[in-house]
Design a binder for this molecule. Structure first.
Ligand code: CMC
Length: 425
């Protein structure tokens, strides 16, 4: 039997019982309490305490610092899986068997190329356009090349477009990067796996084959796995919200890329590096911390809406930092980051607010060591997150409970008043 929440309306003394299911009450059931101003509703800026969907994709326990995809702990996936295996898992609910994985990898390899005319779209951007802007606009442009994405209720058309997008995202990201460097585009190479091919498209020069250290390829794979999904965050909610009005995958993911770009979300990794550079040396850390405590600046890469404990992704990344620096040499900003973390974990300001390092705190240092400029960092978040967005989009499309997203508001403006002609104002 469901638990019941008993509510008594103080004015009339009316008593009502609301069913508690999955630790939630139905917000629409509150409407039966009619109060001054109308039927009762909830007010929840930023959806801090409101569930918008049922989802079986990603589980987070923010207090315990747990993250699982389809029940599998993120640490185990980062240790043993490939990114494409994880993408399949997110989309299909189970780990693929060997033949399913081989088929999936083949499908992704076949769809890596960009439509030729998309290069004309890319050419239209200024040379210094932010690669996230290019990514956002070009993802939306995909819809003009693949209009069958509108048939999203057809499972076959949906699956094809999801595969297309996951396959093309690294190519698009690499082209956006090379455009900024005025370097010729490098076509995808079928001989390489997903992450190796991505590095080749980014960094290949005139050499015939692109050789990357296996440990660096694995580091990218791990980073991609860690970023693949994170349940109902800002960008995923944007994807679902745009899907709710009946949009295709490309339009929805383009909205997700836009939401991710903000410095409070995926853009934090770029902001962390900027912050570390501005601080510059360990000696200047105390002064910076004073600024944070006085409310003048935020410590980027710290704090999370859901995690009130060490972000489990940050823990895995911290380990990868050591592996990568062993190959590339230590980034001198690591010392600054470690000193900041020391304050973050001991200073009363951070401890009392339960602010811990999040996924973005150390990822930028790895990206920089791998040779990426800061403006590419959020792109490196968007590429793997496409798998999560696609899985969430698919779940949304097939959820009969879902409706067009349409929050309420509390109106605080003028009461009705009459128009005043221009000459009377
Ligand atoms: N530095 C200093 N103070 C902070 C920080 C921070 N990074 N984050 C939160 N606070 C303080 C905030 O000022 C507030 O203090 P008070 O209660 O005195 O007003 C308290 O902690 C609660 O903060 P909030 O803004 O109400 O928390 P939120 O859940 O709305 O925001 C957040 C979450 C991630 C936007 C925020 O912690 C933040 O801005 N962090 C820095 C940006 C960042 O690293 N973002 C990446 C998030 S992880 C990647 C992703 O998935 O997007």
């Amino acid at each position: 039997m469901a638990d019941l929440l008993q509510i008594t309306h103080p004015g009339s003394g009316t008593e009502r019982e609301l069913a508690i299911t999955d630790a939630t009450i139905r917000a629409t059931e509150l409407r039966q309490f009619v109060v001054e101003g109308g039927p009762l509703a909830t007010y929840d800026p930023g959806y801090v305490n409101t569930a918008s969907c049922r989802s079986s994709i990603t589980y987070i326990d923010g207090d315990a610092g747990i993250l699982e995809y389809r029940g599998y702990p993120i640490e185990q996936l980062a240790e043993s899986a490939s990114f494409l295996e994880v993408a399949w898992l997110l989309l299909n609910g189970e780990l693929p068997n060997a033949s399913q994985l081989a088929e999936w990898e083949q499908l992704i390899t076949e769809h890596r190329m960009l439509p030729d005319k998309l290069k004309t779209v890319l050419a239209g951007f200024p040379y210094d356009a932010h690669p996230m802007t290019i990514l956002m606009a070009s993802t939306a442009a995909f819809y003009s090349f693949y209009p069958d994405a509108q048939n999203f209720t057809d499972p076959e058309a949906r699956a094809l477009n999801i595969a297309r997008l996951i396959a093309k995202m690294p190519t698009l990201a690499a082209f956006a990067y090379r455009k900024g460097k005025a370097k010729p585009y490098i076509a995808p190479d079928d001989a390489y796996g997903y992450c190796h091919n991505f590095l080749a498209m980014l960094f290949k020069q005139a050499e015939r084959r692109y050789h990357a250290d296996e440990r660096l390829i694995r580091a990218v794979e791990v980073l991609f796995i860690l970023h693949a999904d994170h349940e109902q965050n800002c960008s995923t909610s944007a994807v679902r919200s745009v899907a709710s009005s009946g949009n295709d995958l490309y339009t929805c993911v383009s909205a997700g890329v836009g939401a991710l770009h903000g410095p409070l979300h995926g853009g934090a990794n770029e902001a962390v590096l900027k912050m570390l550079r501005e601080i510059g040396t360990v000696e200047r850390v105390p002064e910076f911390i004073e600024g944070v405590k006085a409310g003048r600046v935020r410590m980027m890469g710290f704090g999370h809406r859901v995690y009130k404990n060490y972000d489990p992704r940050a823990r895995v990344i911290k380990k990868a930092v050591d592996d990568v620096f062993e190959i590339t040499g230590v980034n001198p900003l690591l010392e600054v980051a470690q000193e900041l973390e020391k304050y973050g974990l001991t200073d009363e300001y951070f401890v009392s607010r339960r602010l811990y390092p999040n996924v973005d705190f150390y990822s930028g240092l790895i990206y920089e060591a791998l040779g990426f400029p800061p403006e590419m960092f959020t792109v490196l978040f968007a590429v793997p997150r496409t798998a999560g967005w696609a899985a969430q989009y698919q779940e949304f499309i097939t959820d009969p409970e879902q409706k067009i997203a349409r929050p309420k508001q509390i109106y605080t403006g003028y009461a009705r008043r009459d128009y005043v002609p221009l000459d009377a104002r």
